[in-house]
Design a protein around this ligand. Structure first.
Ligand code: BGC
Length: 733
C-alpha cells in the first residue's frame, strides 16, 4: 500500500515538472492522471470559484410541481451544476460554452436531470421493473435511457432510487424496487451499470445518483416528507445494504434524504454521510442535497437559520447544494469565521471535479447534436420497452384458465377509465416522455385481436368521483360480449413524490363499476395500472382473473395484449406484498416472528396479506423437486451448494424465477423469518426440466449485522427455502 502511495506522489510530482516545462496546465492535459488534474486545478482556484462548484442551479422550465422556489437563476459561468429541464442539446452547449470560455479556469458544468424510468422511451416504473426479476434487461433499459439523456445534454441522472419501501400509502414506493433490501441492491446495481456503462467516460454514459441517502422509505404513516424513526439496527439491516452494493458497483454520486435517522436528518447526518459513506465505504464521488433539503433542516428542528443549516449539511458531508443557494450565500463567511476549514472545502470541490473528470467533461464538454429522430425511440429501445413491460406484468389470479383468452371468443368488452388512457400509463417521473408515444390498452388490443374478435368499448366511469351515468352502457356492452376486461387503476399523479394516500384501495366508483358488471354474468378480467400495491379485498372475489400491469410506459398496450392472447406467457412476480387491507400495513415478507405466533392477530381481518412478495402466476405450471444440499454441515469458511429441479409441467413454454431464501431462527440479534439472498430466472420449454443452483457463501449470505454495521456469522442451524420447500443445515466453527 505504502509503495503504491509513494509511486502516486512521484507520478504527480513528475507530472507537475513536465507541465511546468511545457507551460500547459496539468488539469487541461487529458493524458495526466485524474488525481493530478484535480490537485492542479484546485490549487489554482480561489475561494469564490470553489464555492460556485458546490452549488447547483436550474436551467430550462421546471416541470416538477413539488419543487417550488426560485426557478432558473441567471447562470454564473463558474457554477458547479445545473438541473437541466430542457432536452435541447444546443441550449446546453450554449450554456457550456459560457462556462468553458467565460469562467477564469474553464470548468465545465455538470448537467443533471431526473431520468428515472426512461428519458423519452419510457419504461415501466421501477417497482414494476423489479417484478421482472430480470436485472440484465433492466441494465439494457437504463443504457438506452442514458443514451437518450446524454444526447439531449444530460450528464448525470438522479436515479436509481433504492429506498426500501414497505408502506404503499407512500407515493414514492413507485420509484424504488420494492420492500426487500436485496432486490433493491440487485436492481440498483443493474441500473447503475446501465447508466454508467463500463466507464463513465464512454460515449453515452451518464453518472448515477443513488437516492435518497438514507431511509426515506420509512416516512411515518406513508406521509411524504414526514419524520421517520429509524433505529441503527434497521438502518444497517434494511436501508443501507442497497446503498453499499451500489457504491461498491461504482455509483458516482448520492443524494441526501429529507427524512430523519435516529433524530438526525439524512441531509445533516455525519454518521451516514461521512463515517459510513466516505470513511468505511471509501466513496470518492460526491453527495448532492435533495431539493430544498438543506433549507428544510430548519423545519426539521436541527438548524436555527439558513447559515446553520448550510454549516450542518456541509460539515456532515453534503458537497453540493441543490438549488437552495445556501452554500452560495453562507460558505464564504463560515470559512472566514474559521468554522469550515479550507481543507474540507478543497475535499468537497475535488469530489465534484473528480466526477466531471471521470465523465470526460473537461476533454469533451459539448453534446454531440443529432436530430430527434435518431436520438429517441429507436427500434431497439422500443423492443426493450416492450419486453420489460411484458416481463414486469404480474398475473395475480387466473381461475379456471380464464386467460389466455380462448380463440373462440368473438366479442370482448373493454371497459374502465384506463382502457383508452395513455398519459397515466407513463407513470410519475416520466422525464421527457410524451403520451403520443404511448400505446393504450385499447390500441394494443385492437392490434392483437382486431381480426379475430370484436372489441366493444365503454368507459363506465372516471377514475374518481361518483358519476354513475356510464354504468348502463358498460353493462349493456358487457352483456353482448363473451368476456369483460375491466381496466382500472390510478392516475399517474396519485403516486410519486408528494402523492401519499390514506388508503391503497381504488376509489369506490371503480369498485362499484365491477360490482355492476357482475350483472352481465360473464367472466371478468381485471386489468390494474397503478404505482403502488393495492387493497383488493373487495375486488378480488369479483374477478375471474387479475393482471397487474403497473404503469408500464410506452409499450404497455401491446405487452398486455400479448399476455391476454397467450402470445406472451406472463412471468412477473411481485416485488412488494399486496396487503389484504390498508389496515394491515406494515406487512412485508421479511417481518420478524411475533413473540406469540398464534396470538395477537387482528380480530376483524385475517393476518395474511392477499399476495406476498414473489406471487405471480404463469400459463404453465412449474414443479419443484429434489431439493438437495452438497453437505448438511459445513465450516464457516466453506461453501455450500443447494440445488432444486424445476420442471415445466404444463403445455407451453414459460419462464420461472426461483427465489432463494434463508432463515436463521436463533441468533444474537433477532432476524427476519425469511431473507431473500439470491434469485434466478430461466425459460423452460413445455415438459423441460432444469436445475437451479444457489452457491451459499456463509460470510456473504448467512452473516448478519450489528447496529453499527459490523457483520458477524454465528455457528448453528440455518434453513434454506425455495418455493414451499425448506432444508436445514448446520454451520460449525
Ligand atoms: C426529489 C428528488 C429529485 C429532486 C430533483 C426532489 O424534490 O425528492 O428525488 O431528484 O427533487 O428533481
Amino acid at each position: 500500500m505504502k509503495s503504491i502511495s509513494l509511486l502516486l506522489i512521484l507520478l504527480i510530482t513528475f507530472q507537475f515538472a513536465v507541465t511546468a516545462q511545457t507551460g500547459k496546465a496539468i488539469y487541461k492535459d487529458k493524458n495526466a492522471p485524474i488525481e493530478s488534474r484535480i490537485k492542479d486545478l484546485v490549487s489554482k482556484m480561489n475561494p469564490d470559484e470553489k464555492i460556485l462548484q458546490l452549488n447547483q442551479y436550474t436551467a430550462g422550465m421546471n416541470t416538477n410541481v413539488n419543487n417550488i422556489g426560485e426557478q432558473t437563476k441567471s447562470i454564473p459561468a463558474g457554477i458547479g451544476s445545473l438541473i437541466y429541464f430542457s432536452a435541447d442539446p444546443d441550449f446546453r452547449n450554449t450554456i457550456q460554452k459560457k462556462a468553458m470560455e467565460e469562467s477564469r479556469l474553464g470548468i465545465p458544468i455538470l448537467f443533471g436531470y431526473d431520468v428515472i424510468h426512461g428519458f423519452r422511451t419510457v419504461y415501466p416504473i421501477s417497482l414494476a421493473q423489479a417484478c421482472s426479476w430480470d436485472p440484465a434487461l433492466v441494465t439494457e433499459a437504463a443504457a438506452v435511457a442514458a443514451k437518450e439523456a446524454n444526447l439531449s445534454g444530460v450528464d448525470w441522472t438522479f436515479s436509481p432510487m433504492i429506498d426500501v419501501a414497505r408502506d404503499g400509502r407512500w407515493g414514492r414506493v413507485a420509484e424504488g424496487y420494492g420492500e426487500d433490501p436485496y432486490t433493491n441492491a440487485v436492481f440498483g446495481v443493474a441500473t447503475v451499470k446501465g447508466y454508467q456503462g463500463k466507464n463513465l467516460s464512454d460515449p453515452y454514459s451518464i453518472a448515477a445518483c443513488l437516492k435518497h441517502f438514507v431511509g426515506y422509505g420509512e416516512s411515518e404513516g406513508g406521509r411524504d416528507y414526514h419524520f421517520s424513526d429509524i433505529s441503527m439496527q434497521s438502518l444497517w439491516e434494511t436501508y443501507l445494504p442497497p446503498y453499499e452494493a451500489c457504491v461498491k458497483a461504482g455509483a458516482a454520486t448520492l443524494m441526501s434524504s429529507f427524512n430523519d435517522i435516529s433524530g438526525v436528518p439524512g441531509s445533516a447526518n455525519p454518521y451516514t454521510l461521512t463515517e459510513v459513506l466516505k470513511t468505511r465505504w471509501k466513496h470518492d464521488g460526491f453527495v448532492v442535497s435533495d431539493w430544498d433539503a438543506i433549507n428544510q433542516l430548519i423545519a426539521q428542528g436541527v438548524a436555527a437559520d439558513r447559515k446553520e443549516a448550510g454549516y450542518k449539511a456541509f460539515m456532515a458531508g453534503v458537497e453540493m447544494d441543490m438549488t437552495d443557494n445556501i452554500y452560495m450565500q453562507n460558505l464564504k463567511q463560515l470559512i472566514s469565521e474559521k468554522k469550515i476549514p479550507m481543507a474540507k472545502i478543497d475535499d468537497a470541490v475535488s469530489r465534484i471535479l473528480r466526477v466531471k473528470f471521470r465523465l470526460g467533461l473537461f476533454d469533451q464538454p459539448y453534446t454531440t447534436v443529432v436530430d430527434e429522430s435518431s436520438r429517441y425511440l429507436q427500434a431497439e429501445s422500443k423492443t426493450i420497452a416492450q419486453k420489460l413491460a411484458a416481463e414486469s406484468m404480474v398475473l395475480l389470479k387466473n381461475n379456471s384458465k380464464t386467460l389466455p383468452l380462448s380463440s373462440s371468443i368473438q366479442q370482448i368488452a373493454l371497459i374502465g377509465p384506463m382502457a383508452a388512457d395513455k398519459e397515466d400509463l407513463l407513470g410519475a417521473w416520466s422525464a421527457h416522455g410524451n403520451e403520443k408515444d404511448v400505446e393504450s390498452i385499447s390500441e394494443g388490443l385492437i392490434k392483437e385481436f382486431g381480426n379475430t374478435a370484436k372489441i366493444n368499448a365503454a368507459k363506465g366511469c372516471d377514475f374518481d368521483g361518483n358519476d354513475e351515468s356510464g354504468f348502463a352502457e358498460a353493462i349493456s356492452i358487457a352483456q353482448k360480449s363473451d368476456v369483460i376486461l375491466v381496466c382500472l387503476g390510478e392516475k399517474r399523479g396519485w403516486s410519486g413524490e408528494n402523492a401519499s394516500r390514506s388508503t391503497i384501495a381504488l376509489p369506490a366508483i371503480q369498485e362499484k363499476l365491477v360490482l355492476e358488471l357482475l350483472k352481465a354474468k360473464k367472466p371478468i378480467v381485471l386489468i390494474l395500472s397503478n404505482g403502488r400495491p393495492l387493497e383488493l379485498v373487495r375486488l378480488e372475489p369479483l374477478a375471474d382473473a387479475i393482471i397487474e400491469i403497473w404503469q408500464p410506459g410506452i409499450a404497455g398496450g401491446s405487452a398486455l395484449a400479448g399476455i391476454l392472447s397467450g402470445r406472451i406467457n406472463p412471468s412477473g412476480k411481485l416485488s412488494i406484498t399486496f396487503p389484504l387491507t390498508t389496515g394491515q400495513i406494515p406487512i412485508y415478507y421479511n417481518m420478524r416472528q411475533s413473540a406469540r405466533p398464534n396470538s395477537g392477530k387482528y380480530q376483524d381481518i385475517p393476518t395474511e396479506p392477499l399476495y406476498w412478495l414473489g406471487h405471480g402466476l404463469s400459463y404453465t405450471t412449474f414443479t419443484y423437486s429434489n431439493m438437495k444440499l452438497s453437505a448438511t454441515k459445513i465450516k464457516k469458511t466453506d461453501k455450500l451448494t443447494v440445488e432444486v429441479e424445476v420442471s415445466n409441467t404444463g403445455n407451453v413454454t414459460g419462464a420461472e424465477t426461483v427465489l432463494w431464501y434463508i432463515s436463521d431462527p436463533a441468533c444474537a440479534i433477532s432476524r427476519p423469518m425469511k431473507e431473500l439472498k439470491y434469485f434466478e430466472k430461466k425459460e423452460l420449454a413445455a415438459g423441460a426440466k432444469t436445475t437451479f443452483r444457489f452457491e451459499i457463501d456463509p460470510a456473504r449470505d448467512l452473516s448478519y449485522t450489528t447496529a453499527n454495521g459490523k457483520r458477524f456469522l454465528e455457528a448453528g442451524d440455518y434453513y434454506v427455502m425455495v418455493n414451499n420447500q425448506k432444508v436445514k443445515f448446520e454451520i460449525s466453527e
